[in-house]
Design a protein around this ligand. Structure first.
Ligand SMILES: Cc1ncc(COP(=O)(O)O)c(C=O)c1O
Length: 320
């Protein structure tokens, strides 16, 4: 989970009241802050025995609790722990942002030309640069008007879900997936329905499951490719099948490509926007991973829609 999610979105975690207390809750250093009001119930199986947490804490608090128990455990001290919860490449000295990027930012700061308010959708030159960059992998050209600059991919997710949420609507999310989708959906009152990724099949989308879940109130399905947390890189053929399924169901595809081009293994990275003529695609991405600068918080929300469906919206009735 991205650290900012702990600032932006908080959950109440309810734990069973029956554990034996090794430490009184008041001595456990939880970063306490806002509570979103979405409720995630967990059971003691996820927590070390003989530990109890207060009834109202953050997810980060639970993580601290687990990490603290590892530190306390003599056997575990011998093992080094790798956090799989946060994909921050800059945490490793072998991954550094290219000097050309830092110099460009320093130069922009020193120029004093960018200290004023910029358009909410992003500076024209930024939108143009992102459109040109993404068009390089597509069979059509994106325009600056297709691009909306966001604060990291996290804000792009929130904008996408906020835009689609209507009373009674639902969204299809992958399981396993990236938990910020569930948090944003809860915050926006959007019902979540999970389709499976199939481990025995390279974590492909269970398309039959998608068809079974969707109804007339389904607004979109989310495809994370390359995938977090499973590491899948989908083939051209599988992405085509996903696009055709979404088209049949008349739902759009939200393509989370924050790991775009970070593809290992046999399949090269293919952007979902390649199938934008089959089904409208909202592509979400950021500088965070490929350019190793998650702290810069620069992302995008892009309409990959050469048929212009997004510009001809239709109002449909949502059953209660
Ligand atoms: C699948 C996925 N989407 C979105 C994000 C958020 O990206 P950003 O750090 O640019 O907000 C992450 C971060 O780990 C991610 O794994």
């Amino acid at each position: 989970m991205h650290p900012s999610s702990c600032v932006v979105l908080k959950c109440q975690v309810k734990l069973p009241p029956t554990c034996n207390c090794a430490k009184p809750p008041s001595t456990i250093p939880f970063p306490r802050s806002l509570s979103l009001g979405c409720s995630l119930t967990t059971t003691s199986q996820f927590l070390p025995k003989a530990m109890e947490a207060p009834a109202n804490i953050t997810i980060k608090g639970i993580l601290s609790l687990l990490m603290q128990s590892i530190d306390d455990d003599d056997d575990m001290k011998k093992k080094s722990v790798i956090s799989l919860g946060m994909g921050d490449p800059s945490a490793y000295s072998c991954f550094q942002a290219p000097p050309v990027a830092s110099h460009a930012v320093a130069e922009a700061l020193h120029s004093h030309r960018f200290n004023g308010y910029s358009p909410t959708v992003g500076l024209p030159q930024t939108r143009r640069a992102i459109a040109e960059y993404l068009s390089g992998d597509l069979p059509y050209d994106l325009s600056s008007d297709d691009v909306f600059v966001t604060s990291g991919c996290t804000q792009a997710i929130d904008v996408a879900l906020a835009m689609l949420a209507r009373p009674g609507s639902n969204i299809l999310l992958p399981r396993p997936g990236f938990p910020i989708y569930e948090l944003c959906a809860a915050f926006r009152g959007l019902e979540v329905r999970h389709f499976d990724l199939l481990p025995q099949n390279g974590w492909k989308v269970d398309l039959a499951g998608v068809e079974a879940l969707a109804d007339q109130n389904t607004v979109a399905m989310v495809v994370i490719n390359p995938g977090n947390p499973c590491g899948n890189v989908y083939s051209y053929q599988h992405l085509k099948e996903i696009a055709e399924t979404a088209e049949r169901l008349k739902i759009l595809v939200i393509a989370d490509e924050v790991y775009g081009h970070l593809a290992f293994g046999r399949n090269p990275f293919v952007p979902m926007g390649v199938f934008g003529s089959t089904v409208p695609v909202l592509t979400l991405g950021s500088l965070s991973k490929r350019w190793i600068v998650p702290g810069w918080r620069l992302g995008w929300f892009v309409t990959c829609d050469p048929s212009g469906s997004f510009r001809k919206p239709k109002v449909s009735y949502l059953a209660p």
